[in-house]
Ligand binder design. Structure first.
Ligand SMILES: [Zn+2]
Length: 345
């Protein structure tokens, strides 16, 4: 089969590699229909974070090709959505909904023996605990694109909103207008926030944010941005803050605009972030978040997509095929695309 292989920074090649095979009775092999590039893949692409030479990618949807003898919930031909991490769905951490901390789990496209999602086929460990079936087969490309976002980006935006405790009728601020930040806007709307404020300077991203429910766009950053948010929230501060970037500056901004008692929901992987314990202590500001337990959210979000209530697939503004995967990375790296979709089969 063909698979995207991380070679070195700025070099991702499509190579002919052996087809994956069932290694354990709980495995399934998925024929990938669509995959995509994650913001976190860009950290590797740019050489900011380390990645082993080998398969890459962790967001994919597809059709079951083969199942191991102990897989009970899936059969050949089922259409499935895979979260970016695999999990047994039975350990103590899975049971409370934190599948990314599964004691038997790991992440696709990372580590010694884990297939990448940007490939024609993927071996999925713990298929019963990992995959979610989409009933039916006649899905439009737009519907499939929305399914694909549940693998990571939409589930991550939703995790920011859940972690920040977004409430019906309240206000919510999103720091970051990348694909995750935009998905957080859609999630805040879904959870019933009335005022949705996003920090954004990019016109195309602002447009999608407005379409998805943002009521205010704040172009200022740092202290100036905090001031504008305070003005919008009648000097009270934000009921819920979603941090979707991960830098020192974005975190400072997020904590500075939280009202007393609010929670900052963080999904941006922190890079050199320092949390000021005095701010969190004296204002009773909480902090939650981390890698999204996508597996816990997919069934509910899939229902909302199928009902037509949300259309997160609109975040994709660049489409290519597996042979041109390197162009999919370049488009995001050069900010020509918010998020790249790869049609595999
Ligand atoms: Zn588990």
């Amino acid at each position: 089969m063909r698979a995207a292989i991380f070679q070195a920074k700025y070099q991702i090649d499509v190579k002919e590699v052996p087809d994956p095979v069932i290694q354990k009775n709980t495995d399934a092999i998925v024929k990938v229909v669509m995959a995509c590039v994650c913001g976190s893949d860009l950290w590797y692409y740019r050489g900011i974070a380390e990645h082993q030479q080998g398969p890459i990618g962790h967001e994919f949807i597809g059709i079951i090709e083969e199942v191991g003898s102990e897989v009970a919930l899936f059969a050949k031909g089922d259409f499935v959505i895979s979260p970016f991490a695999f999990s047994d769905n039975t350990c103590p951490h899975c049971r409370v909904g934190f599948h990314t901390a599964c004691v038997n789990g790991s992440f696709f496209g990372m580590g010694e023996n884990n297939d990448g999602g940007q490939a024609e086929f993927v071996r999925v460990p713990f298929a019963d605990g990992t995959l979610v079936k989409a009933e039916g087969s006649d899905f439009s490309d737009d519907m499939l694109a929305s399914f694909l976002t549940l693998s990571d980006v939409m589930s991550t935006g939703y995790h920011a909103a859940v972690s920040a405790n977004v409430k019906k009728g309240g206000n919510a601020v999103i720091v970051g207008d990348g694909a995750v930040g935009l998905s957080a806007v859609l999630s805040a709307k879904l959870l019933g926030a009335e005022q949705i404020i996003i920090i954004s300077r990019h016109e195309t991203r602002q447009r999608l944010a407005r379409e998805w429910g943002a009521t205010h766009i704040v172009e200022e950053r740092g202290e100036a941005g905090v001031k504008v948010v305070r003005a919008i929230t009648a000097a009270v501060g934000a009921d819920a803050v979603m941090e979707c970037v991960g830098t020192k500056e974005s975190n400072e901004m997020a904590f500075a605009m939280a009202r007393p008692g609010a929670v900052v929901g963080r999904v941006g992987v922190p890079h050199e972030v320092v949390i000021n314990p005095n701010v969190t202590f004296f204002y009773n500001v909480g902090m939650r978040g981390g890698p999204a337990p996508a597996r816990a959210y997919i069934p509910n979000l899939l229902g909302e997509v199928i009902k037509g209530k949300i259309n997160p697939g609109k975040v994709f503004d660049f489409v290519t095929d597996l042979d041109n995967v390197s162009e999919a990375y370049a488009a995001m790296d050069e900010r020509r695309a918010i998020k790249s979709l790869i049609k595999v089969s």
